[in-house]
Design a protein around this ligand. Structure first.
Ligand SMILES: Cc1ncc(COP(=O)(O)O)c(C=O)c1O
Length: 493
């Protein structure tokens, strides 16, 4: 779009008699045009001077609108080249794109708030949750149903009304005790049961911790790339996620970042999501010292550290913290099954009562009955033995996938994160359109997630595929990858 065409377009949409400040109108018109894709990703905008001249408004007004759009991630500047529309659309697959664009159109006409519409527009949850190669989903078919149903029947027979009413405080106490015991032994977390707050999963944990520890507009560092859910929960609370680069040692803030301490830092130190590296000891120390010095909360997302195949699982960051700055998040989504919707937060002692009150007041929680079953499932040893069994199963599936990659590509493509978790990342050359590749795969019934969509900063985005293997039966791993590899070849070419 040339300057003249762009200014014509803007002039048609700007209403000088509306009484709304011009900078606000300009901001809104450009923002809508970006969201409706009338102004496509990568489009260069005219300089503030040129646009101000064309629109016959002050340059300050244009700069103001540009700055706001920049702060919200709609625009980016490229050194020496100018201002461009940024690629801010997060993890979505194209069908979801169209569907959520429709949702967003309906949403704004249905009177949703700006943040509500933004959440719908950037929705990352995927309809298909099962099959080759769905990342992050354990083999739910291997869950010990019989044991669970025996415990469930036992609890129904006992019929205790307090398990069927609203929950209160931080969750069912015997479960908090069982989790604390497990975390002390398996994850070197320093905690007692009253520091454990039982939630409906890490999504809710991030929501609760953010509401209790940060205010609207506060900045939160997130790893770039990171889990789409973290980003969406933060933005829906009107917090500002600041994407920080990661390297082989984990989150890697530069000097410019360090000069502006955020309210909190969200990290996945045991297994960076989605790339899979472990945060080094020196980076952990740096982070904890920085957090202590500036009173920053560090949110440790320990979503799948139980599954480490070549070595023992690593100790938590929380266990190294001597200044009570770490808020630890864990979940049963990967160890048992995601539909269980039970996770937990470990908070410093001084916050324990506030979190327990916040939890019951905000979400009016319950599930004490399920929590009672889970507590017994843990204390009777079924949880530990299920993890041991699944670790063996997933290691075998990982090896089958690695063999299939080797068979199809030899050493041609780099693999990241292949020693832990439920997925690996197959890196692709920069010219490859990983989102288009995932669309094509989906048409053939194969699920893969495009790595580039996990980045907030487009200039950093690497291309690749997230391939989950945990929920793929042994016999399907090789054949499914062989089919996928033909598509990969075509896209690389
Ligand atoms: C890094 C990360 N954190 C959190 C979650 C979600 O956890 P939960 O199911 O407990 O909400 C996921 C799910 O895939 C994840 O990958």
């Amino acid at each position: 779009m040339r300057v003249a065409a762009l200014s014509d377009f803007l002039l048609q949409r700007i209403d000088r008699g509306s009484g709304m400040p011009m900078n606000r109108q300009l901001y809104q018109v450009v923002r809508e045009a970006i969201l409706e894709r009338v102004m496509p990703v990568g489009l260069q905008l005219p300089s503030s001077r040129d646009l101000a001249r064309e629109l016959k408004i002050s340059r300050n007004t244009v700069t103001h609108a540009y700055d706001q759009l920049m702060a919200e991630g709609y625009l980016e500047t490229r050194k020496g080249a100018g201002t461009f529309i940024a690629d801010t659309v997060p993890d979505q697959i194209p069908e979801a794109d169209e569907a959520s664009a429709q949702d967003a159109r309906q949403a704004s006409s249905a009177g949703l708030s700006e943040r509500g519409a933004q959440l719908i527009r950037h929705a990352g949850a995927y309809k298909l949750q099962w099959g080759a190669f769905m990342p992050g989903v354990p083999d739910v078919s291997a869950f010990p149903n019989k044991v669970w149903s025996r415990l469930q029947n036992k609890h129904w027979r006992r019929s205790r009304p307090e398990l069927l009413t609203y929950g209160h405080g931080g969750g069912y106490l015997p479960l908090r005790e069982a989790i604390a015991e497990y975390l002390r032994v398996a994850r070197s977390v320093n905690c007692t049961a009253d520091q454990v707050i039982v939630t409906s999963g890490i999504h809710q944990s991030i929501d609760l911790a953010s509401r209790l520890l940060a205010d609207v507009g506060d900045r939160a560092w997130v790893e770039d790339p990171c889990y789409w859910g973290t980003r969406n929960v933060l933005t829906s609370l009107n917090l500002k996620p600041v994407p920080i680069a990661v390297d082989a040692e984990g989150i890697c803030p530069g000097n410019a970042d360090l000069r502006h301490p955020p309210r909190f830092i969200h990290v996945s130190p045991s297994h960076q999501y989605p790339l899979g590296q472990v945060m080094s000891l020196s980076r952990r120390r740096m982070l904890l010292e920085y957090a202590a010095k500036h009173n920053i909360w560090v949110m440790e997302d320990d979503y799948d550290s139980e599954f480490r195949y070549a070595s023992r699982p690593l100790a938590s960051l929380q266990g190294m913290d001597t200044h009570d700055r770490v808020i630890y998040f864990g979940s049963f989504s990967k160890t048992l099954f995601p539909g269980l919707r039970i996770g937990f937060i470990v908070v410093p002692q001084a916050l324990a009562d506030s979190f327990a009150t916040g939890l019951s007041d905000l979400y009016r929680c319950g599930q004490s009955f399920t929590q009672a079953i889970l507590a017994e499932f843990m204390t009777e040893g079924h949880f530990a033995s299920h993890i041991r069994r699944m670790r063996v199963l997933y290691a075998e599936r990982l090896n089958l996938l690695l063999e299939a990659i080797e068979r199809n590509f030899g050493g041609e493509l780099t693999i990241s994160g292949d020693n832990a978790g439920l997925h690996l990342v197959l890196l692709l050359p920069d010219h490859c359109d990983d989102a288009a590749l995932c669309r094509a795969a989906q048409e053939q019934g194969i699920i893969a997630r495009p790595l580039s969509r996990y980045y907030m900063k487009p200039s950093r985005a690497k291309k690749g595929l997230l391939l989950g293997y945990a929920c793929v039966p042994h016999a399907q791993v090789g054949p499914a990858f062989d089919r996928l590899s033909q598509l990969i070849r075509r896209h690389i070419a």
